[in-house]
Design a protein around this ligand. Structure first.
Ligand code: ADE
Ligand code: ZN
Length: 355
């Protein structure tokens, strides 16, 4: 990892009024977005009509009103129902393309999209339709928007490891279309230790490995993800602060934590954004970055997450720089490409300092 170019004192000189423009302009990597969580209610209704799928909500407004969650599970129930309108390759492509247009406007230069194949194959959707549809949108994002995009296949942890192993085998004809595997869905009661064999298999295949841990679950799930699954990043990880030794290890080893502040508030992990522990973790030296999780459900895309978190936690340009930089450091891109974006990020901050 390269040393940070700017000190806290340097970047503190950027006036807070210049922060919104800086946040938008900074090149950022989106590393924690479930693409099915980018399905806006309007698109859910459009796809339902196109595909003849019936929904339990009569209209967009009543669906949106149901987005009042008390915890992760209450959200997942609605999220899986929303994903039921996705049937054909074109649906997956349209969903991801709509996301990329928003991402580009937010200054995202690189996105690693999570997708949940088991949610779709269980309804009879072919694996190829899911992966090829998403892949086409990724190619288009690069060609037309200049956004680099990759896919990460997630296993649903409320299902068995056997099902995850089968899913991985089923996806292997498209091995070159995804760069890694992840672990998502209902965390409590489904520890990472349940998925040791499938993660070992994924690692042997040369795939990157990440896992959700410490969103609602205890620090022991973060230890398991690191020690048993040997993950390269922890998704969420906000419960790590309960355990000093764990926090010290995350800082020492610079294990990236992909934190999703608006998600954490909507799912009641924190009572309000001002109570979020992101600033504390960042100031302890952890490699935390900001992401959007399921932006259509949680009230904001990447830039909204940055802006609202900076406001609520009174973050300045130094914090913003660290957060953007951590997102690039934590991404699975070549070192050459990473350096190009790090240089652009520096130029952006220099400009903010001199204006
Ligand atoms: N799937 C989609 N969003 C998720 C989240 N926040 N946690 C776990 N699984 C998810
Ligand atoms: Zn997530």
């Amino acid at each position: 990892m390269t040393d940070s170019t700017f000190t806290f004192t340097d970047l503190q000189r950027v006036p807070q009024s210049a922060l919104p423009a800086l946040l938008k302009r900074m090149p950022k990597a989106e590393l924690h977005i479930h693409i099915e969580g980018s399905l806006e209610p309007e698109m859910i209704f459009q796809l339902a009509q196109r595909n003849g799928v019936s929904l339990t909500y009569p209209d967009v407004e009543s669906l949106r009103r149901a987005y009042a969650f008390k915890d992760l599970q209450s959200f997942l129930d609605i999220y899986y129902a929303g994903a039921s309108v996705l049937l054909h390759e074109r649906d997956f492509e349209d969903m991801a393309w709509a996301y990329f247009q928003r991402a580009a406007a937010d200054g995202v230069v690189h996105a690693e999209l999570f997708f949940d194949p088991q949610t779709h194959t269980a309804r009879g959707v072919p694996m190829g339709a899911v992966i090829e549809g998403l892949h086409r949108a990724c190619q288009r994002a690069h060609a037309e928007l200049g956004v680099h995009a990759e896919l990460i296949l997630c296993f649903l942890r409320h299902l068995s490891e056997e099902a995850a192993l089968q899913t991985l085998e089923e996806a292997l004809p498209w091995r070159d279309r995804f760069m890694g595997v992840g672990l998502d869905s209902s965390e409590l009661g489904h520890p990472p230790s349940k998925f040791q064999r499938v993660f070992a298999r994924a690692r042997r295949l040369g795939l990157h490995v990440v896992a959700h841990a410490g969103e609602e679950g205890p620090p022991s799930y973060i230890y398991e993800a690191l020690d048993l699954l040997q993950v390269e990043r922890i998704d969420h990880g906000v419960q790590a602060l309960q355990d000093t030794a764990l926090m010290q290890r995350l800082v020492r080893d610079q294990i990236p934590l992909t934190v999703c502040p608006l998600s954490n508030v909507k799912l009641c992990v924190f009572g309000q954004l001002t109570a979020h522990n992101l600033r504390q973790m960042l100031e302890l030296g952890a490699c935390v970055s900001i992401h959007s999780d399921d932006p259509a459900y949680f009230g904001g895309y990447l830039l909204d997450n940055f802006q609202q978190t900076c406001d609520a936690l009174q973050l300045n340009a130094w914090h913003a720089y660290q957060l953007a930089r951590n997102s690039l450091q934590a991404s699975f891109v070549s070192n050459e490409q990473r350096q190009i974006w790090l240089d652009q990020l520096e130029a952006c901050c220099l400009r903010a300092l001199s204006s």
